[in-house]
Structure formats: structure tokens, C-alpha cells
Design a protein around this ligand. Structure first.
Ligand code: NAD
Length: 368
């Protein structure tokens, strides 16, 4: 079988530092598990602007389209803040997501026992928490037409955005959620505002129809978005998979993420439609940004990027065993008391980015 093609885009700020730790694991997989990837590296964001005058060059975009999966660090920083909107580093990332047609954003909210105390909720509410939020990424009110700001005849200004979803957009995201649920806790909460929005009512009806026709074994509950926000902080462990639209997903995934207490620990995946062979384009990235305040000091937490890589092994390459090994290594290192500064707790050992990466590889060696 041909090697899997992996494009690495480390980006700006702490991106290259955290990505170096992933490359240690890639090396380890080649040496110890005989898993060799065809790796290419490219520029995106501010570093791409500096070299090519654009945050995403055609060359990088082509490489992304040709890759089996893309792993991205982070983009942006004060150096590029005053650039025109179209060439800001973040535009490169948005264009990448758009051109890869990534319509589903997967954001796990998983609490490692060793870090349960970092949550703003009571420890017992979050210990063992494992939620997957599936957010629709390319439709809804962020893209709907008509949109804009107009001046009315009476001089008043009026801003308009349109929430719009079609059956096929709803079905393809719901399918992703049901398929994930089958491999997890077999439960989906579909979240909308069917009580006040027609698009929400359509969403509810279509998700229910799909479940009845294709996924009768998966438990489905419908929930209004406002109630979901409340339930996430009241009793988050009731959820397994949450599927929701672009706007509600934007808000609820950030809310769920913070239940885990640390930005440096949160991975994510964005995936596209399956091609004729069933392969999907996919982009994996930590939820955090380029953290310019700590960049270049070897103190950033690499675990969100390593956990994003574990998601890639699982979802793009079907390497469940290796994904689990990496997640177990992260858990063991945390249980052993090693912490980067952002997740430091009293009595634990503060380590650098590179020592954290080395420790993960050391743990992997013990596990295999
Ligand atoms: P940020 O996530 O970069 O940082 C927020 C805070 O969290 C900072 O104090 C930072 O030091 C800390 N932090 C973040 N990741 C960390 C890690 N791995 N280890 C330790 N500490 C970590 O968000 P911001 O400060 O709002 O944005 C900084 C830049 O990143 C901006 O240019 C922004 O546009 C960009 N950004 C990019 C992405 C992305 O690439 N996907 C996402 C968000 C922000």
C-alpha cells in the first residue's frame, strides 16, 4: 500500500515549536510501528505572507488538495495585525478550509483525570467527561444570503444575515454525527431552535428521518440550543455526540471546551465529503492560536497538537490502535505529574515544550 501523504503546516508563533513534538512521534511511528508517512511541509499564515505576499500560496493549496490529511499548527500574530483584511494570516486558514470543502468540524471535549481540577466546574461534574461536538462549518447564518448592512429611507441603518440550510447540508453533517456515535456511546443530541426558527424545524425533521431510516440503533434526542448551553454547564456528562449548526456550534463548542479547563489541551478536526473511494479531505489543528506572548521560548503546551495528530491517525488513517497509544502516553505523562506552564498545578513538575515531547516518546516506548 502507498504511504499516506501528510502535509504539515506549522504556521506562526508557537506553531513550529509544538509541531516539532509531533515530528518526534512521526519518527517513532516509523521506527517502532513501521508506519511511514510521506511528509511534506509548507507555509501558511504570516510566514507565507512574508515569503510569498499571500497567506496561502497556490503551491501550498495544491499540496493540501493532494494530501491525505493536513496537520496545522497555528497562524497569526501582532507582526501581521495591520495587514489588509484579504492578506491577514487567518484568511489563509479560512481559504484552506473553504477550498478543501471541510463542512464538518469535530471538537472533542475530553477531560484527563489528572487535569479535572483545572475545570471551572466541580471536579465530579467533569471527571471522565468525553463529549464530541460536531459543528456544521460551511452553511448557516455565516454564509446565508441576503446579507449586508443597508441604509433605510428614513436614515436608519439595517444589518441582515440569513440562516439557511438545505436537506442535503443537514443530512451530511447528521451522518457524520451518527457514524461517530456508533463508535462511541451510541447517543446523539441534535441541537437547534425548532421552536422559533423554520430552519431549525427542518433540521430537526431531517435528522430524525435519517436516524429512523439508517441509524435505528443510535439514541437520538433533540434539544434547543439555549437548553443545551445550560445543560453543558449543569450536567455535561449526559452528552456523547452533539450535532449542531454553524452558529450554535461555534458557541457551544467553545463552552464545552472550557469545561476541560485548558486551551493547550484541545484538539480539533475538520473533514470534507467522501470521494468515490470513501476518502475524505481533512485538516487537523489545535484549537488554540499562535500564542505570540510565549512564542520562541520552548514553553508552549504541545499536547493539543499531539492530540490533533491522534485524531488524524483515527479518522483519516483508521489507525485506532496507534491513536489510542498516543492518547494513553499523554494520559500517563500527565498522571506522572509533568506539566507545561499553562496547566501547571502545585506539586507538579514544570517542563518545557521539548521535554514534554520527549516524555511522550519515552512513554510510547514503554507502552510498546
Ligand atoms: P491564543 O490561543 O493564541 O492565546 C490565548 C492565550 O492562551 C495566550 O495567553 C497564550 O499564551 C495561551 N496559549 C494558547 N495556546 C497555548 C499553548 N499551546 N500552550 C500554552 N499556552 C497557550 O489566542 P489569541 O492570543 O487570541 O491569538 C493570538 C494569535 O493567534 C492572533 O493572531 C489570532 O488571530 C491567532 N489565532 C489563530 C488561530 C488558529 O490558527 N487556528 C486560532 C485563534 C487565534
Amino acid at each position: 500500500m502507498a504511504n499516506k501523504k501528510l502535509l504539515i503546516l506549522a504556521g506562526d508563533g508557537i506553531g513550529p515549536e509544538v509541531m516539532s513534538q509531533v515530528l518526534r512521534v512521526v519518527d517513532w511511528l516509523a521506527k517502532k510501528r513501521n508506519l511511514v508517512f510521506d511528509i511534506s511541509e509548507g507555509l501558511v499564515g504570516g510566514c507565507s505572507y512574508d515569503k510569498f505576499g499571500t497567506p496561502l500560496s497556490d503551491q501550498t493549496l495544491e499540496a493540501a488538495l493532494a494530501a491525505d490529511a493536513v496537520l496545522l499548527g497555528a497562524v497569526g500574530g501582532p507582526k501581521w495585525d495591520s495587514l489588509p483584511f484579504e492578506v491577514k494570516p487567518e484568511r489563509g486558514l479560512l481559504r484552506l478550509r473553504k477550498d478543501l470543502k471541510l463542512f464538518a468540524n469535530l471538537r472533542p471535549a475530553f477531560v484527563f483525570d489528572a487535569l479535572a481540577e483545572a475545570s471551572s466546574l466541580k471536579t465530579e461534574l467533569v471527571t471522565g467527561l468525553d463529549i464530541m461536538i460536531v459543528r456544521e462549518l460551511t452553511g448557516g447564518v455565516y454564509f446565508g444570503e441576503p446579507r449586508g448592512i443597508e441604509t433605510l429611507p428614513n436614515g436608519e441603518r439595517r444589518g441582515v444575515n440569513t440562516q439557511v440550510y438545505t436537506t442535503s447540508e443537514i443530512l451530511r453533517i447528521a451522518e457524520v454525527a451518527f457514524e461517530l456515535a456508533k463508535k462511541r456511546g451510541n447517543k446523539v443530541h441534535s441541537v437547534e431552535k425548532a421552536n422559533v426558527m423554520e430552519s431549525g424545524l427542518l433540521w430537526r425533521e431531517e435528522v430524525q428521518k435519517l436516524r429512523d431510516a439508517k441509524y435505528p440503533e443510535v439514541a437520538l434526542e433533540h434539544m434547543y440550543a439555549d437548553n443545551c448551553a445550560m445543560q453543558l454547564v449543569r450536567n455535561p456528562k449526559q452528552f456523547d455526540v452533539i450535532v449542531t449548526d454553524n452558529l450554535f456550534g461555534d458557541i457551544l463548542s467553545d463552552c464545552a471546551a472550557m469545561l476541560t479547563g485548558s486551551l493547550g489541551m484541545l484538539p480539533s478536526a475538520s473533514i470534507g465529503a467522501a470521494d468515490a473511494k470513501g476518502n475524505r479531505k481533512a485538516l487537523y489543528e489545535p484549537v488554540h492560536g499562535s500564542a505570540p506572548d510565549i512564542a520562541g521560548r520552548d514553553i508552549a503546551n504541545p499536547l493539543a497538537t499531539l492530540l490533533s495528530f491522534a485524531m488524524m491517525l483515527r479518522y483519516s488513517f483508521d489507525m485506532e490502535e496507534d491513536a489510542l497509544l498516543l492518547e494513553k502516553a499523554v494520559k500517563t505523562v500527565l498522571d506522572g505529574g509533568l506539566r507545561t506552564g499553562d496547566i501547571m498545578q502545585p506539586g507538579k513538575a514544570k517542563v518545557s515544550t521539548s521535554v514534554m515531547g520527549e516524555s511522550i516518546v519515552r512513554e510510547l516506548n514503554k507502552l510498546v
